[in-house]
Design a protein around this ligand. Structure first.
Ligand code: GLN
Length: 474
């Protein structure tokens, strides 16, 4: 048995029964990270800290402590603050930034006994869909090293796919958990907006950002979710979690799944074929398929890029060479200090978003872009809510294509298109999961299930039904 091939739940049972220790599991992950270092999934590996925590977890278990995450090695995206461990957001700006506190999710996972292996690579400040926008180099997709892992949580998805960690945390503003999950062949769960505290997550677009989970199975995702949800006094947008937990049975008999005609227009043939097979599989297990129409689907991508860039331009104003991170040398006055620091340390994509955001917020253009996008956001939300009042979930492809090759998409507007299926979910604040469902040209394909607010368990249960049918891709 290869320890690292186990799922989180399988490892958890073996830790509980005493067949394995946390130190063994942690050492196995650290070895695997070393042996497959070329994938570049980690910005920082915390070998010593991880082994110390693993020893403590084993000691706690010997004293009678229990818990599904006790002693389980996991990874954290590098835009989620970790006390004493640098948190770079894969930016040159924060290359040496060490936060003085743990994000609420990190604290919760540590309290549950999870072992933090390290911080995962990503697109700078979570802006991107390929992980090519990282100051620490690209991540190579473990399924085909000539291809991108997706983004922005590319390292988080790829480290789980590569069996370097049993699960990881990512962040999802417009698809950054689900799209790389689809490209790498793992499960990616974006929870309901407000279900998980954003305290300690470096903000990109605060009304859209959510922390979520990448894992090897839907069962594993639910275990991780249960550990991180809940109201947090440090995030005023967080809420008491009112969703359900409890073991998944994969029973979809009698549930209604919405499928929109509009979804068929923008995906590749191979991807659409898999999504259609998923629909047939669910139908054969007793689910009812309801044809629905999402008229606002076309507008969602533009709405997302206007709103997210507007919020980003404001959130990223704090990186000025004074408060956090690096500072340019040789400046005459404070304006030059700001200008030189921002010019030197931000990457091209981040600069593009800041410029776009300032443009859509500027007087003269505010009404035409920002205000209009805000109004359309309400229209999109109403449309999804109406569909979900008649369906248990909505099914679509997660991404229009399989993982592209490096450099294949040099036009930013084309890269933005890869988010077409995922952004409406963030605009509406809904939960969604991407579940691996077979391959196209030998590369993983993900199917997205969008749920009602706090309906994470329900979409994961439908995901579990799909897992039973999915082709062997691991
Ligand atoms: N790819 C999208 C973007 O670049 C989504 C990013 C995200 O979800 N963090 O904005």
């Amino acid at each position: 048995m290869e320890i690292t091939n186990l799922t989180l739940c399988e490892l958890s049972e073996k830790l509980e029964s005493g067949e394995l220790t946390s130190v063994q599991a942690t050492e196995a992950c650290l070895d695997r990270i070393k042996n497959t270092e070329r994938l570049n999934n980690f910005v920082t590996v915390c070998d010593k800290l991880a082994l110390d925590s693993a020893k403590k977890a084993d000691e706690a278990r010997a004293r009678g402590a229990k818990g599904k995450l006790l002693g389980v090695p996991i990874a954290i995206k590098d835009n989620i603050s970790t006390q004493g461990v640098r948190t770079t957001c894969a930016s040159r700006f924060l290359s040496d930034y060490v936060p003085p506190y743990d994000a609420t999710v990190v604290k919760k996972l540590k309290d549950a006994g999870a072992i933090v292996l390290g911080k995962t690579n990503m697109d700078e400040f979570a802006m991107g869909s390929t992980n090519e926008n990282s100051a620490f180099g690209a991540v190579k997709n473990v399924r085909d090293e000539n291809r991108v892992p997706g983004g922005s949580s590319g390292g988080s998805a790829n480290c789980v796919a590569a069996d370097q960690a049993f699960a990881s945390l990512g962040s999802d503003t417009g698809g950054s958990i689900r799209q790389p999950a689809s490209y790498c062949g793992v499960v990616g769960l974006k929870p309901t907006y407000s279900a998980v505290s954003r305290n300690g997550l470096v903000a990109f677009a605060s009304s859209l950002d959510q922390i979520g989970v990448l894992s090897k199975s839907c069962d594993d995702a639910l275990v991780m979710l249960e550990a991180i949800v809940g109201k947090d006094p440090f995030d005023s947008t967080s809420a008491e979690y009112v969703g359900k937990f409890g073991a998944l049975d994969g029973n979809v008999d009698g549930i209604t799944i919405g499928v929109a005609d509009e979804f068929a227009s923008c995906a590749d043939k191979g991807v659409l074929q898999r999504a259609n097979e998923a629909i047939t599989a669910l139908e054969s297990m007793g689910a009812k398929i309801k044809r629905v129409s999402v008229k606002s689907f076309d507008a969602a991508l533009a709405v997302y890029y206007v709103l997210s860039s507007a919020e980003a331009s404001s959130n990223l104003a704090r990186f000025d060479g004074v408060k956090y991170g690096n500072r340019a040398k040789d400046y005459k006055d404070v304006n030059e200090l700001y200008k030189k620091s921002r010019t030197e340390f931000f990457g091209a994509e981040v600069k593009r978003r800041i410029m776009l955001g300032n443009y859509v917020l500027s007087s003269g253009y505010y009404d035409a872009y920002y205000l209009r996008a805000s109004k359309l956001r309400t229209v999109i939300k109403r449309e999804f809510d109406a569909i979900l009042s008649e369906c248990d979930c909505i099914l679509s492809p997660t991404a229009p294509t399989v993982a592209p090759c490096f450099g294949e998409q040099s036009d930013p507007a084309k890269v933005y298109l890869s988010d077409i299926y995922t952004v409406p979910v963030n605009i509406c604040g809904l939960p969604a999961v991407s579940v691996p469902f077979g391959t196209s040209d030998g590369l993983p394909v993900g199917v997205q299930l969008i749920g009602k607010a706090f309906g994470e368990r329900s979409i994961l249960n439908t995901g579990k039904a799909l897992e039973k049918f999915a082709k062997e891709i691991r």
